[in-house]
Structure formats: structure tokens, C-alpha cells
Design a protein around this ligand. Sequence first.
Ligand SMILES: *Cc1c(COP(=O)(O)O)cnc(C)c1O
Length: 407
Amino acid sequence: MTHYDIHSIRADFPILKTKVNGYPLVYLDNGATTQKPQSVINAITDYYTQINSNVHRGVHHLSQLATDAYEVTRRKLSEFINAAQDYEVILTNGTTHSINLVAHCYGKQFVKEGDEIIISAMEHHSNIVPWQMLCEEQGAKLRVVPINDEGELDMGAYQAMLNERVKLVSITYVSNTLGTLNPIKEITKLAHDHGIPVLVDGAQAIQHLHVDVQALDVDFFAFSGHKMYGPTGVGVLYGKEKWLDQMPPYQGGGDMIKEVRFEKTIYNELPFKFEAGTPNIEAGICLGAAVDYIKTIGLSQIALYETELLKYATKALSEIDQIRFIGTAKEKSSVISFLVNGAHPYDVGVILDKLGIAVRTGHHCTQPLMERFGIPGTVRASIAMYNTKEEIDLLVSAVKRAASMLL
Ligand SMILES: *Cc1c(COP(=O)(O)O)cnc(C)c1O
């Protein structure tokens, strides 16, 4: 597609026709989860009506169809992020599961007393708490890269933190609260200069910009299916083979073994070593359908469109006197967080909801970040490929109305 046909894209998402309190739904909570195109919805029904069966087990016809479809998804995901090998793509339940897997398996193997893990001040709780748990367990120290008032990483402070005690850097690509787009390539290069591997939380990046894990040279990359137009309950942990090979398994059970004896179990090869038990098969297969959908629109087209929309929204909202933006980094993607007249974000959210506009309010699973800005939370509008300028106009007039009500 050369022309970005927003009308036909919107027509692919049936839920966008919803009316809320008599108003057309304006869905701007895409940072929490995205809506699903009909092709993804159909894939769920097709799976259950045509090939439902367990994977990696049976010799029978249906089991082979299910296994093939599941493995085709791995192939598609691997290609989507340009992994060197398909078996470097571990299918998980989502970003949270992926990060916990690394904290547990990499942590157990490589993090010892006195070691350090680096995260940043803008991390989602799921890229904070697993590291706190690991550090507590191992007697290691969690170090936090500070940010400036715009919501940009302090790269000087980051560089000063890198030393031989640091065993991992774990940083988000795009902040789900501020929209800040972090310089991952540079972050990774600096860490690698000290021999330190890097995990990237890609939950807010994978649906907005082209991700090439080899070009970025990251060691781990985590994301969720449900934020990229796919189903809940499935996600990805990409890991470089050299790390995955050295890490012990996460959970024990079926599928992750080659041979089980009471005396000793031999673990399966990658990726199955990290995939114990029956996976979320239908979600995995549907995630493949979501990748197909994104590819038919084209990620570079989506990125262009969304960048334009973000600019439009930022400008339009900035014309409201009572607005205060939280997160004004030079490099941003898809997220606008703000406060209105100093009112509690929840009160703004309720008024917007009455007018059919879905935004997220609160701390967005980034409480330490809210503390950094000295606020309880924000109103967050987060955009996806199907949002329009008309919807932004509706948001702006609703925020104006909220501003006049919440004096
Ligand atoms: C949503 C999100 C997560 C957690 O993803 P789950 O799908 O809930 O596991 C982690 N990091 C960021 C930046 C997110 O936006």
C-alpha cells in the first residue's frame, strides 16, 4: 500500500464502531492494549474450528497442523525483528514473563553478591520489580539512571555507572508514560564496551517502529502480543543464542525436556528449553496473524502516520492554557501524558469517558517515575495506527471542557 488508507484500516477493526454514551468511541488507550483487526479475530475462530490440538507432541494430523501453525508464528516473529535464528525467539506470556525469565535464569547464572544491575528512572514496574527481587536474592545492587525534566535519560550519568560489577543493563525502548524514545543503539554500544549485555523492554516500541535486534545488537528484547494488535497471553523474549545457551531453564515440565529420568533430566534445545508446558497455542497462532496485518499496512507507513499524528496532537493540546505536559523529550513516540489545571487525572478521565474518549489515568505502572515528577499520575493518550486527526480534535475539545469544569 503506497497510500495510507485510514478508512480501510479503521474498517478492519470492528470495535472502533462502538458508541459510548451516544458518542463514537475514541480509543486512545493503546499503550495499555491495542484493538484487534478482523483477521486476528478470525484466526482465533479458525484455530478452534479447524486445527485445535496440542503442539510438539502428537503424530496425528491435527497436532501436526497446530504445531506447524505455531512454529510459523515463531518464524514470522523472528523475521519481524530480524533475529539471526528462529530458535532465539522464545514464546512467552508477554513482556512481564519475558523479563522475569531473564531475571531468573540469567540472574541465577551470572549475578552474584556485590554485582550491579542498571535500569532507568522511567521503567515500567515489570522492568523494576524482577530486578529488585533478583538483587535481594543475590545480594546485588540495583542502580537507576536518572532523567532530566523533559524525561530524557542522563547519558553522562549512565556512562559513569558502567563498570566491571555491572552484569546487565535493562532499559525500555519507549517509555509507556512519557513517550520518550531512548537511544538504544548508543546505550547498547556503551554497555558492550564494558562487556555488559543489554535487555530492552520493547513493549511500546514493537508496534510503532521497525525493530532490528541484530542492527541494535541488543542481547535480549521483550514484547507483548496484545500491544501489537494481537491477542493477550502471548509475547516474545528474543535472546542471543550465546546467552540463552548458558542460562538454565526457567520452569520445569513438559516440552522443555529431552529425556527425563529420576536420577537426571536432560533439557531440550532452544527455544523449547524455556517453553515448559502447553503454551497459549491459539494466541501464538493469532500473533502470527497480527504480524501479517502489520506487514500489509507496512511498519514504515505506520511510523510516518503516527509521528505526524503525535505532532498534531501535541500542538493542538499545547494550545490549551491549563495543560501541563509530562514528558517533553526531543525524541518521542505515540504517548502524550498531561495534567489539566492541576486536577486529579482520574477526574479528567471520568469526564473524557462521559464523552466517549478512552484514555488511561494514574501512574501507568511507573510509580517511581511519578515520584520523580512529584505527581500522583497523569492523563495519558496513546495512539495507534487507526487513530485520526478528527479523534484528536475530539480529545482536545473534551480536555477543554474538563479544564473549564475542574477549576
Ligand atoms: C505494558 C508494558 C509492560 C508489561 O507488559 P505486559 O503485557 O503487561 O506483560 C512492560 N513494559 C512496558 C514499557 C509496557 O508498556
